[in-house]
Design a protein around this ligand. Structure first.
Ligand SMILES: Nc1ncnc2c1ncn2[C@@H]1O[C@H](COP(=O)(O)OP(=O)(O)O)[C@@H](O)[C@H]1O
Ligand SMILES: O=P(O)(O)OC[C@H]1O[C@](O)(COP(=O)(O)O)[C@@H](O)[C@@H]1O
Length: 321
């Protein structure tokens, strides 16, 4: 099993609310409601730990409401190496309507002290030699410069560790310039990078090629219900998800990323790695929270997930998604 270090710069408590339909501007009566420690690197870490890996979680953690995170880390067997900073971790609101539409309200996070990046780099120095791979996930808190994210990618790469990056906006642009091993944009993030709407697979492939041109070896594009496109030096693979009963897509991207690391660091053949990761992300959307590899229907989801080289015999790039 692998040793993985995940970095979350802007943790969040996810307040997930299920409601039949959201009536904006009115009183809504909700169903199932849950408050849970989250943030991209932390979510990825939870899935990897459930898959049997040894995971250390680091990044910046608001000390004002750190206790529920600390309880989660203890319960899930995650080694806590977060740098504490003054302030509260944000609360992100996720409203999941029946039918699967999700409205995300993601906060900006704490404002970081001036020495936060330096303290984090210092914290990473002894952790990096001890891991097999690094995940950097999520947005940047207030005052954290995109160049700081690039510096973290470079620090891990200099230590010889493959960096898997999942962020957005200016952080993603700056991170890509530092040439991480892999990135996992969703369609909105890839479209933001390309500066274009991505209306068909030709546009997706062109955007992916631009990311590779920056020195990124692996580009994993998560395309929601349209599955995943994984482009690597070995070629391009496309996965398709089985039909599922959709509850919430929150955490599906993080679950997919964890599944990819599980397969790639475990030395699985590419097709098997992508099938596993896609099926686990499909499992995730059936409920609130991260994907569960021990779910009773997971083996059936695995069997019904399809992976093919892209473009396949009957597919051309001009095809719609
Ligand atoms: N409606 C859905 N049905 C089945 N699987 C889904 C659905 N939505 C997302 N997924 C799976 O979860 C992955 C990540 O979801 P996506 O929404 O693309 O990422 P992100 O959460 O990062 O925005 C998808 O690539 C797909 O494998
Ligand atoms: O740091 P950001 O970009 O605001 O995203 C944080 C949010 O994304 C999540 O990690 C979920 O991400 P995915 O849906 O992409 O898997 C939430 O737990 C969290 O609230």
């Amino acid at each position: 099993m692998a040793r993985i270090l995940t970095i979350t710069l802007n943790p969040a408590l996810d307040l997930s609310v299920e409601t039949p339909t959201l009536a904006v501007g009115e009183v809504n009566r909700t169903g199932n409601t849950r408050l849970e420690p989250a943030g991209k690197g932390i979510n990825v870490a939870r899935v990897l730990a459930r898959l049997g890996h040894s995971v250390t979680v680091t990044g910046l953690m608001g000390e004002g409401n750190a206790s529920s995170f600390e309880r989660l880390f203890a319960a899930e067997g995650l080694q806590d190496s977060f740098v504490r900073v003054p302030g509260q971790n944000r609360i992100n609101i996720k409203i999941a309507e029946a039918g699967g539409r999700v409205t995300d309200l993601n906060g900006p996070g704490f404002r970081i002290p001036e020495d936060a990046l330096q303290r984090l780099e210092f914290r990473l120095a002894p952790l990096l030699p001890e891991c097999d791979g690094v995940v950097i996930g999520g947005s940047l808190p207030e005052g954290f410069p995109p160049s700081g994210l690039a510096a973290l990618v470079q620090q891990a790469s200099r230590a010889g560790k493959p960096v898997w990056l999942d962020t957005s906006g200016e952080g993603l642009k700056a991170g890509i310039e530092a040439a991480p091993f892999a990135v996992k944009p969703n369609m909105d993030e890839l479209s933001g990078l390309a500066g274009l709407p991505l209306t068909d697979m030709t546009a997706v492939e062109a955007a992916v090629a631009r990311v590779h041109a920056g020195g990124v070896s692996h580009v994993v594009v998560s395309m929601g219900a349209d599955g995943v496109l994984w482009s690597s030096p070995a070629g391009i693979l496309r996965s398709r998800v089985p039909p599922v009963s959709l509850v919430s897509t929150v955490c599906a991207g993080d679950t997919l990323l964890a599944g990819m690391l599980h397969g790639v660091l475990g030395g699985q053949p590419d097709e098997a790695a992508l099938t596993f990761a896609t099926a686990l992300s499909a499992e995730c959307v059936q409920h609130i929270g991260v994907g569960n590899p021990e779910a009773p229907d997971f083996s059936s989801l695995l069997q019904r997930t399809r992976v093919q080289p892209w473009p396949g015999q009957n597919n051309t790039g001009e095809m719609p998604l």
